[in-house]
Design a protein around this ligand. Structure first.
Ligand code: CIR
Length: 255
């Protein structure tokens, strides 16, 4: 959770074309832009460099940059999204990664894997199989990361949940913030687990970024619990991103 950089991409005017599991109305472009600016400002306030890429009108989900790559100290791995409409976002991300990394490799397929399903902890890489991430994608990533000395463990994203990290986030090397439903699967046994408050499941997609925890606004009991645990919480309006199933982690690649 110690990062010197983050890559973000400003939302495109075409955001209403973004994917969503359930239609609860179109996101508002201005609202999303304002929230995005607050998100970038919070990242920058920790002293990190934030690279802000231009919007991509052809890819309405492209602001959710996290799904296009996995950034590790040894190198970056370009993903192979399970959502066909998001496949082209990967090539759009490649140049930015090449300018910061000597080693950039990619998932060649036939499998699929999206960054939202990958949680890197202090001791391992957890990858949740989901509708977007399959066994072949996990196997290909395992090969790459084992060469870099990582232990990768395949786990499962709960039914009906978009990504593994929709339901969890890393608070520090040993501490995970999780929904009860995900923790009940046993995938975090051996970690210190903090549960989001019941009814506040959408608060689980947070990020620890240097000294801060960025979380979606509107989940007061979870925010208070994190505050009591000693974390410095910054709340960001996630109203419009939530309409596209997006949250705090999706909006940046952190390294
Ligand atoms: C999608 O369905 O792919 C986008 N509308 C939302 C992606 C959110 N990404 C993430 O949780 N890592």
């Amino acid at each position: 959770f110690d990062f010197s950089r983050a890559i973000t991409r400003r939302p495109a005017l075409t955001i209403a074309g973004g994917l969503r599991a359930e239609d609860i109305g179109n996101p508002d472009f201005e609202g999303m832009l304002t929230a995005h600016k607050a998100y970038v400002a919070a990242l920058k306030s920790t002293g990190a460099e934030v690279i802000e890429l231009d919007p991509l009108d052809a890819y309405p989900d492209a602001q959710f940059v996290e799904d296009t790559a996995l950034c590790l100290p040894q190198g970056a791995v370009l993903m192979r999204p399970g959502a066909p409409s998001r496949m082209g976002e990967v090539n759009e991300m490649a140049p930015a990664l090449h300018s910061y990394y000597d080693t950039v490799c990619g998932i060649e397929g036939p499998g699929h894997i999206e960054g939202g399903d990958i949680l890197v902890t202090g001791r391992e890489i957890l990858v949740g199989r989901s509708d977007r991430t399959d066994a072949a994608g996990v196997a290909e990533l395992t090969k790459i990361t084992s060469d870099w000395g990582y232990k990768l463990r395949e786990v499962f994203t709960p039914e009906g949940v978009l990504h593994f990290k929709t339901d969890c986030s890393l608070m520090d090397a040993e501490t995970i913030l999780s929904t009860r439903r995900l923790d009940a699967s046993g995938c975090f046994d051996g970690y210190r687990v903090l549960h989001v408050a019941d009814g506040e499941e959408a608060a689980a997609n947070a990020i620890r970024f240097n000294t801060l925890v960025l979380m979606a606004a509107g989940f007061p009991r979870t925010a208070e619990m994190l505050d009591h645990e000693g974390y410095e919480v910054v709340e960001i309006d996630n109203t419009d991103c939530a309409k596209l199933d997006g949250g705090m982690s999706c909006l940046s690649l952190r390294f």
